[in-house]
Design a protein around this ligand. Sequence first.
Ligand code: ATP
Ligand code: MG
Ligand code: MG
Ligand code: MG
Length: 433
Amino acid sequence: MRMSQFFLPTLKETPAEAQVVSHQLMLRAGMIRQTSAGIYAWLPLGWKVLQKVAQIVREEQDRAGAQEMLMPTIQSAELWRQSGRYEAYGKEMLRIKDRHDREMLYGPTNEEMITDIFKTFVRSYKDLPKNLYHIQWKFRDEIRPRFGLMRGREFLMKDNYSFDLDVEGAKLSYRKMFLAYLRTFARMGIKAIPMRADTGPIGGDLSHEFIILAETGESQVFCEKRWLDLDVLADDPGYDSDLKDFFAKYTSLYAATEEMHDAATAPAELETARGIEVGHIFYFGTKYSAPMGAVVTGPDGNPVTVEMGSYGIGVSRVVAAIIEASHDSNGIIWPDPVAPFHVAVVNLKADDAECARVSEEVYAKLQAAGVDVLLDDRNERPGAKFADMDLIGIPWQLTIGPRGLKNGVVELKRRATGEKQELPVEAALAKVT
Ligand code: ATP
Ligand code: MG
Ligand code: MG
Ligand code: MG
């Protein structure tokens, strides 16, 4: 992408309406535009990050054996009456009438719809287990939409639903998602701690919230410091094991949300902090399968009501949470795996023939190598260019200027550390590919 053509409406001033740093930086970096309270358009830079985050979520779901599908955003009230949640859900549900006066709603979650689809097609224990997911927009008419994408009304969620023949099977499905979530957040370069959580209106008896520690978090959390030292990707036992040891290890350290915190059983050395809920997993048994009749024929020929769980990641909230966890006074610092571009090639003097020639050559080489690269080919002051690159947080800045070229070098800067090196072009290319 060429900066001269890129639709990137960055702002110099911090917008007054934004209270938390992720919201401020997403607006300043030209990632999003609010269109109504709690509803946002994703501009090209923001959309690129959202897709990178969603892709990591997708890869880890697939790896854990879940299958992707896509359910609609608009649902029929009829389904929700079957589970008894239509009235219970309250004002957070956006209710709509179509032209025939049929009651519809913009889905806040999909337990009812997936249970209905499942029961239509699956009749035998031989077809279990199943785990189905989608990445789809949800709507919750939050009483106080705020903090930008952190608490929006329309937001992107990955949600999946597991179906098993018995409790043991359902608990294995739960442990697989527990691992998948830890892997997902670790791959994004963030530490999300699974904390015992209240099951709330979804019901059930086994639940963890995945929480990122950040000052701007809306919930108070309590956890052991040692949590921060665990290396999930190194500990991963793979999905062929029963995951019992892994689960035991990762739930042995104390970690609880305020609702579940119990000072009497908690260890003395405890970190209390603010946290952002980025994911939530539940095992809830037959809460939906029983009222909705999701029944299969068991091995002995008798009907069995399936055991279910549901699992959610707030994909759009994760984008904001990453910024909360990774920024400085100059702007965003994207962890490499979710960065919108991996390298920014900054041509310091756009009207200098040699600078332009080398910049174009480097740009072409990086593109040919499959690297996501942004070329700053604008006729702007160097200071403005550096400020923009720091603001939008590209992990590597490769700067090409007339003085360096005379000595046969370019400058390579790492956004996260600020560390700068002068290198010959080929050496710089080798570092970023
Ligand atoms: P919260 O406690 O923040 O209201 P929740 O517990 O109501 O979230 P869940 O029903 O567990 O949310 O949904 C799964 C995930 O969806 C959450 O862990 C969160 O990451 C995300 N999410 C929920 N509500 C919102 C929202 N209003 N805006 C953005 N993301 C959200
Ligand atoms: Mg909520
Ligand atoms: Mg919650
Ligand atoms: Mg939750």
